[in-house]
Design a protein around this ligand. Structure first.
Ligand code: SF4
Ligand code: SF4
Ligand code: SF4
Length: 265
């Protein structure tokens, strides 16, 4: 049985955002709301220096659920069978129907926050769908056009469609309902629906520079194993950008970073 993981080569990453856009397209996740990001693929970005001084440096690190081997989100999930669980091939998976929305997974995952603004962080790998009494997909309430007089506003699109699009996937999965319910948590599922069709995760497929490599960490011949064996790599310790130190394993994340972001790319 495979043990899936992802390597992201920061030397190849352009910081273009194609992976994040691809993930949003594939999974139809919501826009940011009340400190929740709903970005299953996101970024840690920082800028140092100034243009005036000629020493400006911009760095980007793509982030997603680390599909940790010691997934604390799974350990704390109180329902039986667990709503957050590990598959045989190492994916940290979420089951919409079993989830009771207690958010213990969010509170305990070192890469997640219930409110990123309050916690002063840039991202959270798990988010919580608003309760049914709250609006979802508020994007479609927006009545401003990208090009006024030329493009439709999101609100006009919803009126013409006759429906405000729900959080709906175009794919089906044994654990994911097509229209994702309110009042449950959600996160990256390593695009399991695509893996089952022999495809790569969509963020991997959409990266124009081939910075993301996905595969079986237990197969020494796989591309990801070869890349990790040939290069030094690091792993995130939390969602502030801190890295695991030598000898530290944390939750044993299975997303690895190679090199440093190429500021000239
Ligand atoms: S990153 Fe968080 S949500 Fe993802 S497997 Fe690890 S502990 Fe769970
Ligand atoms: S919010 Fe859902 S997945 Fe998370 S711990 Fe509670 S029941 Fe489990
Ligand atoms: S693996 Fe799929 S769900 Fe996860 S970040 Fe990439 S595109 Fe999104």
């Amino acid at each position: 049985m495979a043990k899936y993981g992802m390597a992201i080569d920061l030397k190849k990453c352009l910081g273009c955002g194609a992976c994040a856009l691809a993930c949003k397209t594939e999974n139809n996740t919501e826009s940011e709301l009340d400190g929740r990001t709903y970005n299953w693929a996101d970024f840690l970005a920082s800028t140092e220096g100034t243009f005036a001084a000629g020493d400006v440096k911009h760095t980007v690190r793509p982030v997603l659920c680390n599909h940790c081997t010691n997934a604390i989100c799974v350990q704390v999930c109180p329902v039986t069978p667990k709503a957050m669980f590990k598959t045989e091939d190492g994916i940290t998976m979420h089951n919409d129907e079993r989830c009771i929305g207690c958010q213990l997974c969010i509170r305990n995952c070192p890469y997640s926050s219930k409110d990123i603004n309050q916690d002063g962080v840039q991202y959270s790998v798990i988010s919580f769908n608003p309760r049914s009494s709250q609006e979802t997909q508020t994007f479609y309430d927006d009545d401003s056009a990208v090009i006024p007089g030329c493009t439709s506003t999101p609100k006009e699109t919803a009126v013409i469609a006759g429906i405000k699009p729900p959080d709906k996937n175009d794919y089906t999965d044994a654990d994911y309902t097509a229209v994702r319910p309110s009042g449950v948590t959600e996160k990256c599922i390593f695009c399991r629906h695509r893996l089952l069709e022999g495809k790569e995760p969509y963020c991997v497929n959409s990266c124009p520079s081939g910075a993301r490599v996905f595969g079986d960490l237990d197969d020494p011949q796989s591309e990801i194993s070869q890349i990790l064996a040939a290069n030094g790599h690091s792993r995130l310790a939390d969602n502030t950008g801190k890295l695991l130190g030598a000898g530290e394993t944390g939750t044993d994340p299975n997303v690895f970073y190679i090199g440093d972001f190429n500021r000239n790319s």
